[in-house]
Design a binder for this molecule. Structure first.
Ligand code: HEM
Length: 410
């Protein structure tokens, strides 16, 4: 696609309509029927997904504002001992060039040809810097990158947390993502290597009735409804570092909190549907708030049931997470489900790769999570297993490279 599409409450995106129109055209053309028509439709849809592009260059890195894709993989890298400023600059220059080509659906020099013929498939590649990278480079660490404090019931695995560099890859196809990860990993050789990597997914395009529908997570809830949207009042101030922001190299950037949150699905499954809905504060089928309306009706936190109880209960996740309960704290959530098989105790190793972009994690994720860890009924069904924090610098201009503002200033 030519520009990141905003999801529209209850509406079709323009491109979604165009895509559907062209599919209808394929079905109507000629006397194809039954399986042949279905396979023509499938082929056309596949090509259309492959052709979509999210522009790499721009004021913000594309992965910050792009809508959720079917596949989201995250890799954290650590610098090799002794890697210096010049090597980091070379690496970032190389990664930028490769990302620019791959997101345009073009091979990189010396390409391994893993994804030949697959197109860009909406690929985004978004690079972030950990506090440890800045320390290694001798750069001041902004307050926003202060370590996220521990929360009650955290069960963090440090080996799968933090890192000098963090890269989020998203696309409509898993091979395209795998190819991009392999390409960047290979070109980092000698300078940086993978510290940890995780693989997530969302519903594929075409699975839901309309493109841009809110994704379901592995608890079966519509997840993302209450997200702020680009263009909303206050969106930029909450999510992006403004033109006067400090340090200057972060202007137009954002801070990314990553958490691997395992869902205790076997325990969750024992709750009747009605109770599950109360724990969240929204209906499971439509995503509508329990205070009434449809999916995108604003929460009414004061609404009472006929029995006098609050429609959205005191411990409901949406109440405890909402800006109204957190002095206005607002984050842009990007969730990807993961399902990594079964653990030795028989429980599914499954949950959410939770990602949140914000201007300052101290006023965003940390403030909200401090409340959730204590007061959110959902927290009984979750285990936070890893945590990372990255400064995501602005997008690169057509001739620049990601992080150039930081490196040039050293
Ligand atoms: C696996 C863990 C989690 C699950 C399954 C989950 C699920 C949900 C669901 C189903 C909703 C309602 C639909 C929506 O607005 O997206 C929601 C809303 C929300 N969640 Fe979570 N969530 C999780 C973790 C978190 C964490 C760790 C935070 C932040 C620290 C958070 C912050 C929010 C916010 C800000 C909202 C919107 C509230 C509003 O409507 O104002 N969630 N979540």
């Amino acid at each position: 696609m030519s520009a990141p599409e905003r999801r529209r409450p209850g509406g079709f995106t323009r491109r979604g309509v165009l895509a559907m129109t062209s599919l209808a055209g394929v079905a109507a053309a000629g006397a194809v029927g039954g399986d042949a028509a279905a396979s023509a439709l499938g082929g056309e849809r596949a090509r259309e997904i492959g052709r979509r592009r999210v522009p790499f260059d721009g004021p913000h890195q594309a992965g910050v504002l792009a809508p959720p894709a079917a596949h989201g993989w995250f890799a954290a890298f650590d610098l090799r001992p002794g890697a210096d400023r010049a090597q980091v600059a070379t690496l970032l220059r190389r990664w930028t060039g490769e990302a620019r080509r791959l997101t345009a659906g073009e091979p990189v020099p010396g390409d391994d040809a893993m994804a030949t013929g697959y197109g860009a498939s909406s690929l985004t590649i978004t690079v972030g810097f950990g506090a440890s990278l800045l320390r290694r480079l001798g750069a001041p660490v902004p307050g926003e990158l202060q370590p996220i404090p521990p929360f009650p019931h955290d069960d963090l695995d440090e080996g799968r947390g933090d890192g000098d560099l963090g890269v989020l890859f998203t696309a409509g196809d898993a091979i395209v993502v795998a190819h991009a990860l392999r390409t960047l990993t290979r070109s980092a050789r000698g300078t940086a290597s993978v510290r940890w990597q995780m693989t997530g997914f969302n519903p594929a395009d075409g699975v839901t009735a309309e493109r841009g529908s809110t994704s379901r997570n592995l608890m079966g809830q519509l997840d993302g409804t209450g997200n702020p949207r680009p263009g909303d009042p206050g969106f930029d101030a909450h999510v992006l570092v403004g033109p006067g922001g400090d340090p200057a190299w972060m202007r137009g950037g954002s801070y990314l909190v990553f958490r691997r949150i395992r869902m205790l699905l076997d325990t969750w499954d024992t709750l009747p549907r009605e109770r599950q809905e109360q724990v969240i504060g929204r209906r499971k089928d439509t995503g509508a708030p329990l205070s009434g309306g449809t999916e995108f009706t604003p929460l009414d936190l004061d609404r009472q049931n006929p029995d006098g109880g609050l429609a959205i209960g005191p411990g409901a996740h949406v109440r405890q997470a909402s800006p109204a309960s957190n002095s206005g704290a607002t984050i842009l959530r990007k969730g990807y489900s993961y399902f990594d098989g079964y653990r030795a105790d028989g429980a599914p190793d499954a949950g959410l790769l939770f990602m949140a972009f914000q201007r300052d994690p101290r006023d965003g994720f940390t403030r909200i999570q401090q409340r959730l860890a204590l007061a959110d009924e959902l927290s009984r069904f979750l285990s936070h297993e890893s945590s990372a924090l990255f400064a995501v610098p602005p997008g690169a201009g057509p001739h620049g490279y990601l992080g150039q503002g930081l490196l040039d200033g050293l």
